[in-house]
Design a protein around this ligand. Sequence first.
Ligand SMILES: C[S@@+](CC[C@H](N)C(=O)[O-])C[C@H]1O[C@@H](n2cnc3c(N)ncnc32)[C@H](O)[C@@H]1O
Length: 217
Amino acid sequence: MSLPIDLSVPAPQPELGIDIDTVKGFLAPDEGARLHQLADLAAQLGPVLEIGSYCGKSTVYLGRAVQEHRGTLYALDHHRGSEEHQVGEGYHDPDLFDVARNRFDSFPAFRDTIERAALDDTVIALVAPSSTVARDWQSQLAMVFIDGGHSMAAAQADFDGWASKVMPGGILAIHDVFPNPADGGRPPFEIYQQALASNRFVDFGLTRSLAVLQRRG
Ligand SMILES: C[S@@+](CC[C@H](N)C(=O)[O-])C[C@H]1O[C@@H](n2cnc3c(N)ncnc32)[C@H](O)[C@@H]1O
């Protein structure tokens, strides 16, 4: 089965039920629309899982499509932030720092987003490290979206833990894939290359920095 969409054409902007600009995050609108389009296909086959929810921007794009099929979206994030979100780093947001506990915490903002977007019946939050959840995960997934930590160790753990759980015909999407090193960090690109080298996935190219692959049947 090949993906029945033309990825050279931008995906239409979906109705999201929330002003997506009020949700903090790192996804461009065309990438979000592509995620929604892919989740709409995947949810007809089975559950969808994302790694790296942050404040729920990608969760809303995926979740709105999954909800239309009465499906399930697992939203996995330890909500402690990646390296670049910590105090003193380039993408630190003081609004997401829990002063009382002296640590970063995006879970309250995430919950607020899911409630405002009326996605409580669709989104199941998995608040733990990716590798901990992957350890005993048995069921096959119709789509896995990787947007977690961007160190090589984190990206590798996400790939090792989750790529094998994409069902035949299912979709693997990876964010922040930059073929040109001048445009961004390498780990997401490295795992994208590993997926291609494994010969288990067909490449459907990039929407901005969102790589789309389909598991061979
Ligand atoms: C780039 S942000 C995700 C952005 C989000 N997809 C969006 O649309 O805005 C990366 C997220 O991955 C999470 N993360 C990093 N390493 C992780 C790990 N090992 N397990 C679980 N979550 C992790 C961080 O807490 C952070 O919220």
